[in-house]
Write a protein that binds this ligand. Structure first.
Ligand SMILES: [Zn+2]
Ligand SMILES: [Zn+2]
Length: 304
């Protein structure tokens, strides 16, 4: 059988742009159902109805802005590429530079060619990119390039998720989960009334179809996103990427796990005010090497 894997993977990339359209359509259906059909008209009823409708619509729009912002940050941000002719920092380089990171990288660039399995895992060579491979870096067959601290290739954002855009991906996940959960709850009364309304013909069939579709879509997304939110919360707290889950199972202590607080800051930065926004402070970008994706502090009690 002659299957061209590369053709298949570029096909997936084309599918990606269709996914953006799908995301926009789901948002549009939810917007129409929540804002135009159900809660918008409640604004003019006065009293508690208006107050409730205003609160729901306000929250809906805030979450929508945050999720759209995070979404476009994941889509357009380079997840992290390996610099040209990259090679591992050797002990000598570190001594020259007087770097304090020396303790975490005692790796000779040649070791990847040796039979020492452990070292080879950390510093390798990518034959497709013909360049060195920093620790935690993986070659993505869809993007056809190496991605720093690659987590996974996400078809929903048509991009790889790696060192530089993992936070944006997590925020997109979180806000989409919150938005779809809220949509499900605020559409629930209309969904329950759906069948009686269908009988009484009090709403047009088109609008009823929209309500039904929006409710089912949001419920399905909220439930599946919950699984991803829980999974990634556990990955962040243990400083593991989705690619590394299998590798981690084989070791007693995970070498990149440097405590819950440090693990969290390696992804979200140290500025509390920016934790919930898809941005980093310049100071964090300079100070936290993990955000650049080339060097990672390791536990002192784990060899190599
Ligand atoms: Zn590569
Ligand atoms: Zn990719």
């Amino acid at each position: 059988m002659d299957i061209n894997l590369f053709k298949f993977c570029s096909g997936l990339k084309v599918l990606g742009y269709f996914m953006i359209l799908l995301v926009v359509s789901i948002v549009a259906v939810s917007y129409y159902a929540v804002v135009v059909l159900t809660w918008g008209p409640q604004l003019l009823r006065g009293g508690i109805h208006s107050f409730l409708a205003f609160s729901i619509l306000f929250l809906f729009h805030v979450l929508l802005i945050l999720l759209t912002w995070s979404y476009f940050m994941v889509v357009f941000k380079n997840p992290g590429s390996v610099p040209e002719n990259w090679r591992a920092v050797t002990e000598e380089d570190n001594m020259e530079a007087g770097s304090s990171m020396a303790s975490s990288h005692h790796v000779e660039p040649e070791t990847f060619a040796s039979s020492d399995g452990l070292e080879r895992k950390r510093v390798g060579y990518c034959s497709q990119c013909q360049n060195g491979k920093p620790p935690r870096c993986h070659h993505c067959s869809i993007c056809q390039r190496c991605v720093l601290k690659m987590d996974h290739h996400c078809v929903w954002v048509v991009n790889c998720v790696g060192a530089c855009n993992y936070k944006f991906f997590l925020l997109f996940l979180l806000y989409t989960f919150l938005e779809t959960t809220m949509d499900t709850l605020v559409l629930l009364p209309s969904f329950i009334g759906f069948f009686s309304e269908a009988k009484n013909h009090s709403n047009s069939p088109g609008n009823l179809a929209f309500l039904f579709l929006a409710f089912v879509l949001n419920l399905a997304f909220a439930l599946s996103l919950l699984c991803f939110v829980v999974m990634h919360a556990s990955l962040v707290s243990s400083n593991t990427t989705s690619v590394e889950v299998y590798e981690k199972k084989k070791s007693v202590r995970w070498r990149y796990d440097v405590g819950r607080k440090n693990n969290f800051e390696q992804v979200f930065g140290t500025k509390r005010a920016l934790w919930l926004l898809p941005v980093f402070s310049k100071e964090d970008l300079d100070k936290i090497p993990a955000l650049q994706g080339l060097e990672f502090p390791t536990r002192s009690d784990v060899e190599a």
